[in-house]
Design a protein around this ligand. Structure first.
Ligand SMILES: CC(C)(COP(=O)(O)OP(=O)(O)OC[C@H]1O[C@@H](n2cnc3c(N)ncnc32)[C@H](O)[C@@H]1OP(=O)(O)O)[C@@H](O)C(=O)NCCC(=O)NCCS
Length: 174
């Protein structure tokens, strides 16, 4: 399983940004808490709901395994404080960003790495992903990490627009 390809990522685009620039690029989502182990099942269900269904991640079980391996640190130590879970006013979980302190893969970029960023479809286009990325970047910048990296599918125009808006630039493709 290659996280740099992630679920159904046909053509990964590696993007990087200065953590402080992302931290200043918008407003934090006002209600969030750090990711906890108890979020595993919810994270897996949301991942299945929002990502394209393509092999090998074409079942809820596959997304649960993928999430478990991420939570277990298979790709790097999960940075809980920099992995916010957005909450609605009712306390419902509505989006999240999952960050590792560094991606443990040969040739991976140095610094914090976003494994996943997703928002409940019912809550899209309300600034939640943007607000979570800003919240995460504030934690990362305060820890004196300079860079945030992530991979996104070239076809995922919405996510690429989000990351560009936050100051991410393309570093490599394919
Ligand atoms: C991509 C995703 C995280 C965006 O979440 P969101 O909360 O709806 O995004 P925001 O409301 O914070 O959007 C912030 C900005 O990003 C850009 N953007 C977000 N979604 C977009 C879309 N579908 N099309 C074009 N631009 C988009 C816009 O510039 C937007 O600002 P605006 O609304 O003022 O125009 C969400 O659509 C999602 O969960 N997608 C499925 C999972 C995924 O692909 N994750 C990313 C790769 S891991």
């Amino acid at each position: 399983m290659d996280v740099q390809r992630g679920p159904a990522m046909a053509e990964p685009v590696l993007m990087v940004a200065d953590a402080e620039a992302v931290a200043g690029a918008g407003l934090e989502w006002p209600r969030w808490r750090p990711m906890e182990r108890q979020d595993l099942d919810w994270h897996a269900e949301m991942s299945w709901l929002v990502h394209p269904h393509a092999p090998p991640h074409d079942s809820p079980e596959a997304h649960l395994e993928l999430t478990k391996s991420a939570f277990d640190g298979e790709w790097g130590e999960v940075w809980h404080e920099a992995s916010p879970v957005a909450l609605s006013e009712d306390g419902e979980r509505i989006g999240t960003v999952l960050v590792v302190r560094s991606l443990e893969r040969p040739g991976a970029p140095v610094g914090a790495y976003v494994l996943n960023c997703m928002v409940d479809p019912a809550w899209k286009r309300r600034g939640i992903a943007e607000g979570l990325m800003v919240a995460s970047a504030c934690v990362i910048a305060n820890a004196a990490e300079q860079r945030i990296a992530l991979s996104v599918d070239a076809q995922n125009e919405g996510a690429i627009a989000l990351y560009r808006k936050l100051g991410f630039e393309e570093l490599a493709r394919g």
